[in-house]
Each structure stands twice: as structure tokens, then as C-alpha cells.
Design a protein around this ligand. Sequence first.
Ligand SMILES: Nc1nc2c(ncn2[C@@H]2O[C@H](COP(=O)(O)OP(=O)(O)OP(=O)(O)O)[C@@H](O)[C@H]2O)c(=O)[nH]1
Length: 398
Amino acid sequence: MGFIAALPAILWALIAWLYPEWLTQIQLPVPGAVSVGLGIVFLLAAFFRQWHWFYWCAWVGGSYATIQLGLQQPLAQKEVSQLYQAFPVWLSVSALLLAFIKKPTLLTLKGAFLFIVVGILPLALLLEPVANSVATLSPVELLTLPDWKDTGLAVGLLLWIVAMGGIWATFLLYKGSSSFAWSQWASWLALMVFLLVVDHRDASTWASVAAVIGLLLALADQMLKLAYIDELTGLPQRRALVSQLQHLRRRSAVCMLDVDYFKKFNDRYGHEVGDQVLRLLGSILREHRGFKAYRYGGEEFTLVFSHSDPDKLKSTLESVRSKVANYPLKLREPSRPDSKRKGKDARGKKDAAKTVKITISLGATLKEPGDTPDSILKRADENLYSAKKSGRNRVVLK
Ligand SMILES: Nc1nc2c(ncn2[C@@H]2O[C@H](COP(=O)(O)OP(=O)(O)OP(=O)(O)O)[C@@H](O)[C@H]2O)c(=O)[nH]1
């Protein structure tokens, strides 16, 4: 899902490669699209107090300004050619640093410093001695074999983009990264691809627009997650459930489930261990087939089925119930032993990592004509209450 933020940059790269003539044929719908886009990201990020986005806006803005001031002239000029060599070094080093360092809060001295560095520093490349010395670090020449020099293609640059972009993207995929992390990769890719098609009019604006749209998509994705996804379990939360229940199909069913004696469990093992259990229960429900799971609130979850076959429903719910009841929960020690000796003893014992089990009760109901979200949830909740009253660790479907 996070990958969505990278799509505009990938689309831009494909167009720049396959149909570069489009860049001059299609007019940008908004004059000053880059500034307008960056302004919108700034405002949204400030509104939602997502300060770390400001650094990326400053990075895109500073790089775009440098391109406009220095790279809009023929590459044959010596100082332009030096900037052209130095610029990918700046883009790559600064992007990697900004993506992987722990970013300070913006409204601190360190934060303001970083903001200015990423926004203003690229402009220093417009000074010839700076560009000259940074250009000596550029691997573009090194990566371009002598045979390729006359092809007119910046082959070294292409290899650089493929190598660095590939390693970075593999890392992001491996880590299952957020849309914000992907939008950082995408901003870098968009501007690097611009350098490959530097001769085309408007290429820098299209590249920066692709970077800004990536940031906007990532911001929108993060806002949706904040509003709809429960942080502890990663499941959609009550707000998402209510919106789903408003569009239930005629044949559907709803189940409320709740952990048994969870208060006692929390009292005995601590709230942190209780959280571990909810996280695990969330992942069991997410991976189980046949329904969509939501965290209703506290230790209560809701399952929504898109059929109303009672036998199938009962068998799925029984399978969930028994899976949870038989799942051995390995508890991590809440605190470390207070001496080396005790730690050694504990590691020696077989039961040092304690295994416990939990059970859940489930109350399910089929959709009836005229049901509202409230009425169907109320019926499922009454059935859950019956399951609790009749001994817990069971399914009631009425
Ligand atoms: N660790 C943890 N505990 C939570 C969370 N949300 C709710 N709880 C706890 O869940 C417990 C719910 O207790 P009760 O509603 O009394 O129900 P119960 O003890 O599970 O008993 P029955 O439902 O009757 O089997 C309370 O102790 C809450 O503090 C959470 O996010 N994390």
C-alpha cells in the first residue's frame, strides 16, 4: 500500500523514457504547479502536525530552485556541465541522509538548521568552485565505459539510478515501508530521471510535479491510516467499521468477539503483555480467511461476512475460536532479572518464557431487512453476552 506514493515518479520515469515528446506537448494545468503543490503539502502537513514532511518539501523545493537557476542552459557551457555532474551527487547523498537519519523536531534549533541545509545548500552548487569539487565525487564518468561515451545517453547516470534506486527499493520492500518512506525514494527518483532527459523543455517541472504528487499521495495515505487504522493491531478501527456497515450487502453477517477474563489477564501479567495479546489476536484475525476483521474498541473485535450461510458461518467462527484457544502465547519476561546470576538461572530453566492461553467468546447474527449499523451490532452484542453467560469460549449464532 505504501508503494502508492511511488507511482507518480514511476509513471514520470516511463513517460520520460518512452514518450519524451509528450513533455513538450502537454501543458501543465496549473501555472507554477510545483510551488502550488509544495504549498498544499506544507499546509496539510502543518494542519496535521506532521512536521517531518517539511524537510522533504524543502529538499524538493531547494533542488527545483537549483535546477531552474543553473540547469536551464546548454550543457556545453562549462559551469552548467559541472553543475550537471555535481547535482546527482547532491541529490543522492542528501536524499539518503535525510531518509535514514533520525529527524529532529522542526521547531528546534537542530530542526531549523536541517530545514535550511536541505532547502538552501543545493543553491551553493551554483557557485563554480563548489560545483567543481562536488563534481569530482561523481561516479557518472566512472560508470560510463569509453565505448558508450558517444551514444549521447548518460549511461553512467542510468546505471547509478538503477543500482542505487534498486538497492533502496529492495530495502523498502523488505521492511514493508510506509508511504512516506516510498515518497522519499520517489522524489529522489523523479529528480534523477530529470537529469537523464535534461534537454527536454519543462522536464524539470514535470519531474518536480511527480515528486510533489508522490508526497501528496503519501500524506493522504497517512491521514487515512490515522483516521481508519488501529495502531496497536493494524486492523481497521470502529470508524471504518461503521462506514462498511452502512453499505452491507443483503446477504451478510456480523460477529462481535471479546477476550474472556481480560481484566484478570491484565491484572496478572500487566497491561503491556495484554497489548501483546491484542496484537497477536489482531494478526490471527487478519490472516484468517472468510471475513473482514475490525478492532471495535478495547478487547472487542468485529467480523463482517459477505454471505449469510449459517453453517459456513458457524464453522468459520468455530475455527477462529479454537485457533485462539489452542494458540500458545509465549510471554516475554516483562522485566530483566536483576542480576547476572538470576538471568543465567532463568535461561537454564525450560519454562523461563512462560506460555499461556486465552479464549474468546463470539456472538454472531445474520443481516435482516431494515437493519441499521446500530441494530445489527446490538443483536451481535446480545449474542456475545449470551456466549459469555453460558460459560465463555463459545460461539452463539442467532
Ligand atoms: N492491555 C490492554 N487492555 C485493554 C485494552 N483495552 C481494554 N483493555 C482492558 O480490557 C479489560 C476488559 O475488561 P472487562 O470488560 O471487565 O471484561 P473481561 O475481564 O474481559 O471479562 P469478560 O469479558 O466478562 O470475560 C479491562 O481491564 C481493560 O482495561 C488495551 O488496549 N490494552
